[in-house]
Design a protein around this ligand. Structure first.
Ligand SMILES: [Zn+2]
Length: 424
């Protein structure tokens, strides 16, 4: 007796190589490179979920669909997850890029009124609708580059009103666009100009007014901070983030980027979900992150972009058993790059990470850093159907081919949401 195949919404067939991490937990140390690779594979999708993954002959025997997508013998991977971006801003800062090339440092540019302060002026002068329109343009580009989930920080408003405007822009853009957004309140990005001579007052404002209002609004899932010697020091960072945590916000921290301040140790102490940048992390910091299970969020494009000589000790962290994720840190000042494939290539080149390690860092570990490993980050039965069909022959090309997008088709929540026209 022949059993009839179950009808599903979508079959992806003709997959030359399917590559994915497995499970819903962080993969660290040797497990970081553990990737399942299936040749001649297929995926069956029902609604928003994956219902079968495996050899094409087996999947076809069990499932049939009205719509079949042919992957043309190419590499298929999970949707990429960019877990560190600052996409809500108005205007660009190419002039500062030029200033840096002529020898000015990031801190010198900030002291001259450039840097974050310049983006703050732009956001304050913009309407919410203008911010949404610009954010939607960025989201189109993320999608075309294979990012199906993006963490989105505020941090260029720096008043309660303007930060709320940015959080509302994230919420509304996310409702209009297939890219899944995770909102982060970064009111502690810098001191606004009007508080430059009374910095402790801004810390009090964050603690007493801004954080409670943001938590109450339900518009932010995370709080973040720029812990750095010229911005928020360790003591103020501890106060601000402890308050955020008490109010029910989860934590991510920018730490040890430009100076070794002990920010990684603070992220570990606070039980943050991620510690981001880490170009100047100490050995004690690496050990602390490992013990606390904090995800090191590596942003390898940033030192390149700002001409910083220090780089995060990515390989040393992996050797110590840590489970890093890789992100772009897309923002108008220190990294105007939205491409996760590019970030993964630079992680490979700068930290000596294999293509398999980079894939896990840009999918499962990134999902776990956002507490979403239960439904995102891998191509497995039961997970959300976020799938990238590339034009690459095999996994190693994801890091090997720099400077172009390998993305042919993007499927988000079981629906085709992007198809590239013509050759890239
Ligand atoms: Zn950042």
């Amino acid at each position: 007796m022949e059993l009839s195949a179950k009808k599903v919404d979508l079959l992806i067939t003709g997959i030359g190589e399917l590559a994915t991490a497995e499970g819903d937990a962080l993969a660290g140390g040797a497990a970081l490179g553990r990737v399942v690779r299936i040749s001649d594979a297929a995926i069956a999708i029902e609604g928003e979920r994956i219902v079968a993954v495996g050899a094409e002959a087996e999947v076809r025997a069990g499932f049939e669909a009205e719509v079949t997508l042919d992957a043309s013998g190419k590499l298929v991977i999970p949707g990429l997850i960019d877990a560190h971006t600052h996409p809500v801003f108005a205007g660009t800062r190419e002039d500062e890029f030029e200033m840096r090339l002529s020898g000015k440092s990031y801190v010198e540019i900030a002291a001259a009124g450039g840097g974050i302060a310049s983006s703050v002026r732009g956001v304050r002068e913009s309407s919410k609708d203008a911010l949404i329109a610009q954010l939607l343009v960025h989201l189109d580009r993320f999608l075309a580059l294979g990012s199906t989930t993006v963490e989105a920080k505020t941090g260029y408003g720096l008043t309660l009103k303007d930060e709320m405007k940015c959080l509302e822009a994230i919420r509304e853009a996310g409702e209009q666009h297939p890219v899944e957004l995770i909102p982060t309140f970064l009111g502690a990005h810098d001191y606004p100009q009007e508080f430059k001579d009374r910095k402790p007052d801004y810390v009090d404002l964050l603690i007493e007014e801004m954080l409670p209002a943001v938590a109450e609004s339900g518009l932010a899932e995370y709080a973040d901070i720029f812990t750095e010697s010229h911005v928020f020091g360790i003591q103020d960072s501890r106060r601000i983030m402890t308050r955020a945590s008490e109010l029910g916000l989860r934590l991510r921290l920018h730490v040890d980027q430009l100076t070794p301040l002990g920010g990684a140790e603070l992220a570990a102490e606070l039980g943050a979900d991620s510690a981001d940048h880490l170009e100047c992390i100490s050995e004690e910091g690496i050990a602390a992150l490992g013990e606390a299970g904090v995800v090191p969020m590596l942003c390898p494009l940033v030192p390149l972009f700002i001409g910083q000589k220090e780089e995060a000790p990515g390989r040393a962290m992996i050797d110590a058993g840590l489970a890093p994720a890789v992100a772009t840190d897309f923002n108008p000042g220190s990294c105007y790059v939205q491409s996760m494939p590019e970030a993964l290539s630079w992680a490979a080149l700068r930290y000596g990470m294999s293509a398999a390690e980079c894939l896990v860092a840009g999918t499962l570990n990134a999902a776990c850093s956002l507490r979403r490993g239960d439904y995102l980050g891998t191509l497995e039965v039961g997970k959300q159907a976020d799938v990238i069909i590339t034009d690459l022959p095999r996994l190693e090309h994801i890091t090997y081919e720099l400077g172009r997008s390998p993305v042919s088709v993007v499927i988000k929540r079981g629906r085709v949401v992007y198809e590239r026209g013509g050759a890239a």
